[in-house]
Design a binder for this molecule. Structure first.
Ligand code: FES
Ligand code: FES
Length: 231
């Protein structure tokens, strides 16, 4: 009778034999694996010591850097991997420029480098040695707001305000591009030379600046007014 068929769960000779055989084979397997287990437990962790040919990671490199920020020379020394955004916010403690996505998707970090709008999270600080950077802190003249800042206030071009520094810097760069006659994807007449700043033009040209509060109609109205004030 098999063990599992026994009415009282007591094994008879046949089932004892089977169980003994099972335990014996198990013990044999454990015995066979013992040297392998012992080796695995005593083997050192893989790494440079285990592989002398492995190249050790180089230490971070630092570089001195000079930037002209909002008209003032600034000397700093940064890890070469530091983005311009982090150099502004972390090294220089200028928190006006915002970090939204840190991946070039939202435009919150827009600054002007040599007058051209740039996502500061997408460029390394050391790439701009000797260049001028304008941030939101540098647009006003003393107590007089920049016309775009004033227009944003007048048109309620924000709600939470987190995207606003990037929107305003981007608008400043964008209006300079329009002045130079640079076309966009929605410019109808490339031969005309001068761009007519329609609402479609503004929306297209500002499409790299997202607003989670969706204040877009007011932002467009503010930029329209600022463009008029500046022309
Ligand atoms: S933080 Fe730079 S684009 Fe979003
Ligand atoms: S005002 Fe809140 S994200 Fe634009």
């Amino acid at each position: 009778m098999k063990f599992e068929d026994h009415p009282h769960g007591v094994d008879d000779g046949a089932s004892r034999l089977t169980r003994r055989a099972m335990f014996q084979s198990g013990a044999a397997l454990a015995g066979a694996h013992a040297p392998l287990l012992a080796h695995a437990q005593s083997a050192p962790a893989a790494g440079p010591a285990a592989n002398p040919a492995a190249v050790a990671e180089p230490p971070p490199q630092r570089m001195p850097l000079q930037l002209e920020i909002n008209g003032k020379p600034q000397r700093l020394e940064v890890d070469t991997r530091t983005t311009l955004l982090d150099a502004l916010r972390e090294n220089l403690r200028m928190n006006g420029t915002k970090k939204g996505c840190d991946h070039g998707q939202c435009g919150a970090c827009t600054v002007l480098i040599e007058g051209r709008r740039t996502n500061a999270c997408l460029t390394l600080a050391v790439m701009h040695d000797g260049q001028s950077v304008t941030t939101i802190e540098g647009l006003a003249q003393g107590d007089t707001l920049h016309p775009i800042q004033q227009a944003f206030l007048d048109h309620d071009g924000f709600q939470c305000g987190y995207c606003t520094p990037g929107q305003i810097c981007s608008a400043a760069g964008m209006l300079a591009e329009v002045k130079l006659g640079m076309p966009s994807h929605v410019t109808r007449d490339l031969a005309a030379g001068a761009v007519t700043l329609t609402e479609a033009e503004i929306r297209e040209r500002m499409s790299g600046n997202l607003c989670r509060c969706s204040a877009y109609p007011n932002i467009v109205a503010a930029i329209k007014e600022a463009a008029g004030a500046r022309s």
